[in-house]
Design a protein around this ligand. Structure first.
Ligand SMILES: Cc1cc2nc3c(=O)[nH]c(=O)nc-3n(C[C@H](O)[C@H](O)[C@H](O)COP(=O)(O)O)c2cc1C
Length: 315
């Protein structure tokens, strides 16, 4: 399959594995890239030494393009970027903020592509103007920190206004989502939750099991728009109920930050699913099997091709 995204990254399929803090390391990213899509190492919640080690490991596991995700609110974002400048993943995807034009320029000088993950049109236009190579529009169906717009509304409103390649994310857990996004005019998709069930994903086995058993109605939004802790989507009934109780007390900024502190680590890494909150997206009910990343990619692409062929029958 050929789109502007596959040409940009020299990959077979227009599919990115989204960076997932504390879950997606080199093993997953390289397995996805070796399967013809592009994997992303997530630097969220990690230190620079960890990121350096994982980039080097990924280079040893694959010749294909892989990326690194850097959430810009991280205090160490510039050190993480410096590690990328030196160790050269094919691309860096910045999220939760706009990368500065001089940062983009430095990455370009090292032939590293720059992607920006955005939650709305304003941010997409800002990222395009700053000089990024592609934009990931991430709908609020996604797992993890989310904005307020849905993927379909973003596809509808952002595509006509932006000329660089657009990748759609959020709620596209099976290949029909790629077909739909391509038909809308996107150049590819980014999926996260579906890859939590990859054998190579670092997610704690208990957390994987919670994802495997979750229903769509188990997936909740927790948090307050505009607060520093932001809004996250995931599974964890107790955490969700405790949050609702906290919210009724009109909590301070600090109380919200404290409430969320380390919950991703406790769940993804330590497997505390009873009290924790596992980031996961809404489109979760098709995800019932733990299997190699290559199989996930293959199956996803078969579904996409079938859906695209079916679509032509309507003409
Ligand atoms: C467990 C988990 C952790 C995530 N962490 C990050 C992150 O650190 N940075 C980021 O830009 N996006 C993060 N995301 C979002 C994904 O990169 C991706 O855009 C999203 O999962 C796509 O939606 P889907 O889950 O419906 O497939 C995370 C998602 C999940 C499920």
């Amino acid at each position: 399959m050929e789109t502007r995204l596959t040409k940009l990254l020299n990959i077979r399929y227009p599919l990115l594995q989204g960076g997932m803090a504390l879950n997606s390391g080199a093993a997953l990213a390289a397995a996805v890239s070796n399967a013809g899509a592009a994997g992303i190492i997530a630097s969220g919640g990690r230190d620079v030494a960890w990121l350096r080690k994982e980039i080097l490991l990924a280079h040893s596991l694959t010749q294909a393009a892989f990326g690194v995700n850097i959430p810009l609110p991280m205090r160490t974002a510039s050190e993480l970027t410096a590690a990328c400048l030196e160790l050269k993943p094919r691309f860096v995807s910045f999220s939760a903020g706009k990368p500065r034009p001089d940062t983009i320029q430095k990455l370009h000088e090292q032939e590293i592509l720059v992607f920006s993950v955005v939650p709305n049109l304003r941010a997409a236009l800002g990222a395009e103007q700053a000089g990024v190579d592609a934009i990931v529009i991430e709908g609020m169906e996604s797992g993890g920190h989310v904005g307020e717009m849905t993927t379909m509304s973003l596809l509808t409103d952002v595509l006509p206004q932006v000329s660089i390649p657009i990748v759609a994310a959020g709620g596209l857990s099976d290949g029909r989502g790629l077909a739909a996004a391509l038909i809308m005019g996107a150049e590819g998709v980014q999926i996260g939750t579906a890859f939590l069930l990859a054998e190579e994903c670092d997610t704690h086995p208990q957390a994987k099991e919670a994802v495997r058993q979750a229903k769509g109605s188990d997936v909740h939004l927790v948090g307050k728009y505009g607060s520093r802790a932001g809004v996250s989507r995931g599974i964890g009934e107790k955490f969700f109920r405790d949050y609702q109780e906290l919210e009724a007390t009109h909590p301070s900024e600090q109380a919200l930050l404290d409430f969320f502190s380390h919950v991703n680590y406790r769940t993804s890494v330590l497997g505390e699913t009873e009290s924790g909150f596992m980031y996961a997206g809404q489109a979760i009910e098709q995800l019932r099997e733990i299997r190699p990343a290559a199989e996930i990619v293959k199956n996803y692409m078969q579904q996409a091709e079938q859906a695209l062929k079916r679509a032509t029958q309507f003409l």
